[in-house]
Design a protein around this ligand. Structure first.
Ligand SMILES: O=C(O)CCC(=O)C(=O)O
Ligand SMILES: [Mn+2]
Length: 202
């Protein structure tokens, strides 16, 4: 069993788990996913535009619009979501489960100035499985607290190739991304950060 390089408020962090070649190969696979299911700009239920752009792969994708947050079987433009890249499934099998595979791989793209406010991942039906998160491209300042929004938080800069596993009591920890260091990585030629989160929806 592979051991995390650090833990932060119960989250296991595997720093540098993907090497540069694996990261480049995955970016190529993600280009195909995004061609088939383009990134879109979600809005919150209150109509506020989120600063990240997103899409999904897998049986279900996560969407947010005026009707709220939910998982659905189709992209807002109507197509089915593409398959989750096999290397992403392989990572899940190494760190979470050989047999119960994720239903959704949410793909977030952070351009210059994008961030994500403190939130819990709780639109899933089943919280018994961890959420696995992989960072690619520019560094992002990730913040994590506890199960209550008011709990104290800690932060870590996530680099390209780092993986997080949020399971057990940390499955419902509040977390977010305060900012990215735009241009800090050369993985994406035009800069930016990609985060993939794999989820069992149930
Ligand atoms: O970008 C990240 O590292 C976190 C993304 C996230 O929390 C989410 O998509 O729910
Ligand atoms: Mn989240």
């Amino acid at each position: 069993m592979i051991q995390p390089t650090m833990t932060l408020r119960g989250i296991d962090i595997f720093q540098g788990l993907l090497d540069a070649q694996e990261q480049r190969a995955l970016v190529d696979e993600l280009r195909d996913v995004i061609r088939a299911a383009p990134l879109f700009h979600p809005v919150t239920a209150r109509g506020k535009a989120m600063s990240v752009r997103m899409t999904s792969a897998g049986r279900l994708g996560w969407v947010s619009d005026r009707n709220g947050y939910r998982y659905q079987e189709r992209h807002p433009d109507g197509m089915a979501w593409p398959e989750i890249p096999s290397s992403v499934i392989g990572l899940w099998q190494r760190l979470v489960s050989e047999t119960r595979l994720p239903d959704c791989c949410l793909i977030n793209f952070y351009g210059e100035g994008a961030r994500m406010g403190l939130h819990q991942d709780r639109d899933e039906v089943d919280f018994t499985w961890p959420v696995l998160s992989l960072s690619l491209g520019d560094e992002g300042l990730f913040r994590v607290g506890g199960a209550d929004r008011s709990d104290e938080t800690s932060s870590v800069w996530l680099k390209s190739g780092d993986v997080l596993r949020m399971g057990g009591p940390a499955r419902l920890a509040f977390h977010g991304v305060d900012r990215i260091r735009f241009g800090s990585s050369r993985l994406l030629p035009r800069g930016g950060r990609i985060n993939l989160t794999m989820r069992v929806v149930g």
